[in-house]
Design a protein around this ligand. Structure first.
Ligand code: ADE
Length: 224
């Protein structure tokens, strides 16, 4: 998979890709992530990427020209399955969206800033608009990092048995069951007996029951 991220603040975005699972996925060649600084696509001397909004009002708007240059340049080199705009008024990210995006070959992610992008960018180029939740970030970069993390960990070969995505919360529509590790007893609190029993049928059944119980208690909306 190849991910091209268009941003005015690449430095805000790079560190999540330089550690742990995402770093390893890139090193193994399972994903390529390319950052494009929008200021490199300006031709004014101030490298200006935003301007006042027509009609007046507070807040700057990202201009179409540098974004067009960047996206059109990328599209001339390969086909993109989705061109995603990170925005608080997009569709809220969930595991189902992450699963479907993880099956794609090439995607572009555009990070919004200020009051957002000129509407013509959305009309002309964007195929999907994604929010990471009902709150406003200073820019789309942190949202893009979250989106990339959810996608990349699903790519075949990224996770091993110990970190398998199949048993994650949400993957089967339920929250994950409780987990325990050594010691088997800590300050008088014991690990549930069944987990020490070695009976894998019973353990699986217990995990399913707990996943169901936990979801009913904490996230009943997931069961509707
Ligand atoms: N940009 C600003 N707020 C955002 C959000 N909640 N999700 C994605 N991008 C954003």
């Amino acid at each position: 998979m190849r991910i091209d991220i268009i941003t005015v603040l690449p430095e805000l975005l790079k560190s999540p890709f330089e550690a742990s699972i995402l770093k390893r996925a890139i090193e193994k060649g399972l994903v390529e992530v390319h950052f494009h600084n929008l200021r490199d696509y300006t031709d004014n001397s101030y490298n200006q990427v935003d301007d006042y909004q027509f009609g007046g009002g507070a807040g700057m708007v990202m201009m179409i020209e540098p974004i067009d240059k960047c996206i059109s340049g990328l599209k001339a080199q390969r086909n993109y399955d989705e061109i995603i705009y990170m925005t608080p008024d997009g569709k809220t990210l969930n595991q189902k969206i992450a699963n479907s995006l993880s099956l794609l070959e090439n995607i572009i992610i555009l990070c919004g800033h200020y009051k957002g992008v000129d509407q013509r960018v959305r009309d002309m180029f964007i195929t999907k608009e994604i929010s990471i939740g009902d709150y406003v970030l200073s820019g789309g970069e942190l949202g893009a990092a979250v989106l990339c993390d959810t996608i990349i960990r699903l790519l075949p070969g990224v996770l091993n048995d110990e970190t398998s995505a199949l048993t994650d919360s949400f993957q089967d529509g339920l929250l994950a069951p409780p987990v325990y590790t050594r010691p088997a007893e800590y300050k008088g609190i014991k690990v549930p007996e069944v987990l020490l029993s070695g009976n894998f049928g019973k353990i699986e059944q217990w995990r399913e029951e707990k996943a169901q119980e936990r979801t009913e208690k904490l996230r009943p909306d997931l069961l509707q």
